[in-house]
Design a protein around this ligand. Structure first.
Ligand code: HEM
Length: 294
């Protein structure tokens, strides 16, 4: 009996280990297949990008309500938007990871692989079980988990301990840095603007924040978040003003990526690579700004 028990435990342990080791390559492999399928299929027509909209009510997002002081909110504009629109629970609490994964896919037209990577990574980072545990949005505020220094919409934790709300002056700076134009001739944020803003944010934070940290991993993670400003949110300053300031999805807005099977990890990574290679970063000893005239 003990022998069968021991064998089944060892077998299960080996299976779990193999599943873990193979899951990332499998996910990235599937993502390549979806990226190719997207490239050879027709994109979704306007008004049919978001799966959440009922037939006959295209472009109609659920009602926006600003968060109450007791609601839980995150440093992520995309997730806060979903809670403020009632796509996630409005109080931002007790969200099951599989529900979050589905909601991300359906709201932002992401591939399953993209949604799986971000939600599973959040569960792992918080030491939670993806299938059985839940998340409050504010759990994502843990510093140097996914949240990190040098962001576009929040001052560093050292300067702004509450990471759940956007910093108005940073958002204004980001929007006023847009140099592109959309088809209507209105201002639009471009990938080149993401490079300029990232360069300035990293340089400023090195000076302003005596506890500034930036690992290679957090740089890539941060550029992945910011790549969505152009690749999913579309870069239009008019829309981004509403999205970044009020954390609200504007009436009539839909994800700029119309691909049949949703934007993939590889699609976003192309922008991440362009941004990271373009950033000019100061190296060497940090110059810390001393306070109180010292
Ligand atoms: C479960 C899925 C997701 C999780 C766990 C997550 C988590 C986070 C976290 C922790 C941050 C703060 C990073 C920082 O300190 O700068 C963040 C920022 C952000 N995220 Fe998400 N996110 C998710 C999905 C998404 C999606 C689907 C989008 C796009 C549609 C998105 C767009 C952004 C943007 C634009 C920022 C702001 C970046 C900045 O201020 O520099 N996120 N996210």
């Amino acid at each position: 009996m003990w022998f069968t028990n021991a064998c089944s435990r060892i077998g299960f342990g080996l299976y779990a280990l193999a599943a873990k080791a193979l899951s990332l390559p499998l996910l990235l492999g599937s993502d390549i297949v979806i990226t190719i399928l997207n490239a050879v299929t027709r994109g979704r027509p306007t008004g049919h990008v978001v799966d959440l909209w009922p037939e006959g009510q295209r472009h109609l997002w659920p009602r926006y309500e600003p968060p109450k002081p007791t609601d839980s909110r995150s440093p992520c504009v995309a997730l806060n938007c979903m809670a403020n629109m009632g796509i996630l629970p409005r109080d931002g609490r007790n969200i099951a990871f599989p529900d979050l994964e589905r909601a991300v896919m359906r709201t932002y037209n992401t591939s399953r692989t993209f949604a799986t990577l971000v939600t599973r990574y959040a569960a792992t980072m918080l030491l939670r079980d993806f299938e059985h545990d839940t998340l409050d949005l504010s759990d994502l505020c843990v510093h140097n988990g996914i949240e990190h220094d040098g962001s576009f919409t929040r001052h560093d934790t050292y300067l702004q301990p509450d990471q759940s709300k956007p910093a108005e002056e940073l958002v204004t700076f980001v929007l006023s840095s847009a140099t592109g134009r959309n088809k209507l001739g209105e201002p639009r944020l471009t990938v080149s603007d993401l490079i300029t803003i990232s360069t300035k944010r990293r340089a400023d934070c090195r000076v302003e924040n005596p506890q500034f940290t930036q690992t290679f991993f957090h740089k890539i993670l941060g550029s992945s978040n910011r790549a969505t400003l152009t690749d999913i949110f579309g870069g239009n300053v008019k829309d981004l003003g509403v999205i970044l300031r009020q954390e609200r999805l504007p009436e009539g807005w839909e994800p700029s990526n119309r691909s049949r099977f949703g934007i993939t990890i590889h699609n976003v990574n192309a922008t991440v690579l362009a941004v990271e290679l373009g950033i000019k970063e100061e190296r060497g000893p940090r110059r810390i700004q001393l306070h109180h005239g010292l």
